[in-house]
Design a protein around this ligand. Structure first.
Ligand code: PEP
Length: 253
């Protein structure tokens, strides 16, 4: 287990209306009231953000959005800026999720712009990277991760990135029930951390949290969290039910 404070983050994707989101957030708030030495974040759909922010008042649970646009404002129909997310009560934002890369044409260049915008609005970017099954089978895992990290973090200096969270999410493990083994997760996380060490200053690389995402469940979270470079989890399916998600938060109990 790492010495960094773990972050357990839930990505609700396109699930839950306002009422359902507030119910789930309120239930989670009471379920995790005794959680210590762990940070928690949930990312509901845009339409529920403000309501969930109100429901989470008085708790330390962070609120995340699932995407943003890099411009502050303007003629960008359908888009939402980092400032708007902060105004709605967000503390975090997921950037570069594989579903956005796959279905909505998200590019590394735009991921880079989005990270910049998030940081300048005071949001914690949760920067997602990961290889597809075909890339893994072709032995390209490390070259894919290398390019995603270099391009996503291009032109930053390390002190601008403080607070950044990286999420390693092998695409073949997302929503498939196939989890990376703890050894596969550790190998990828170690690679990412040493790349960050090469690109930036040492204190940054050793402080940055690297989450694992991909079919994390109560029965596999503990093994993953035992690995020295795994600092938490980004969770989709198992974050929708507050009881199940709270078991991930208490992975150590
Ligand atoms: C995700 O979407 O980030 C994710 C990890 O999903 P799941 O936990 O359902 O695999």
């Amino acid at each position: 287990m790492s010495s960094r404070t773990p972050l357990i983050a839930g990505n609700w994707k396109m699930h839950k209306n306002g009422f359902q989101a507030v119910e789930a957030a309120s239930q989670l708030k009471s379920l995790v009231i005794k959680a210590t030495n762990v940070e928690i974040m949930i990312a509901p759909p845009f339409t529920a953000l403000y309501q969930v922010a109100q429901a989470l008042k008085g708790s330390t649970i962070g609120l995340g959005a699932q995407n943003l646009h890099w411009e502050k404002q303007g003629a960008f129909t359908g888009e939402i800026s980092a400032e708007m997310l902060a105004d709605a009560g967000c503390s975090h934002v997921i950037i570069g999720h594989s579903e956005r890369r796959l279905f909505f044409g998200e590019t590394d260049i735009n991921v880079n712009r989005k990270i910049k915008a998030a940081l300048s609005a005071g949001l914690v970017p949760v920067f997602c990277i990961g290889e597809t099954e075909a890339q893994r089978e072709d032995g390209e895992t490390f070259s894919v991760l290398d390019k995603q990290v270099r391009d996503g973090l291009k032109d930053f200096v390390f002190d601008e990135l403080s607070g950044l969270v990286v999420a390693y999410e092998p695409v073949w493990a997302i929503g498939t029930g196939k989890t990376a083994s703890k050894e596969q997760a550790q190998e990828a996380h170690q690679f990412i951390r040493s790349l960050l060490d090469t690109l930036f200053e040492k204190p940054f690389a050793s402080a940055v949290r690297i989450l694992y995402g991909g079919s994390v469940k109560p029965d596999n979270v503990r093994a993953l969290m035992e690995m020295p470079d795994v600092d938490g989890a980004l969770v989709g399916g198992a974050s929708l039910d507050p009881e199940t998600f709270s078991k991930l938060v208490f992975f150590n109990h």
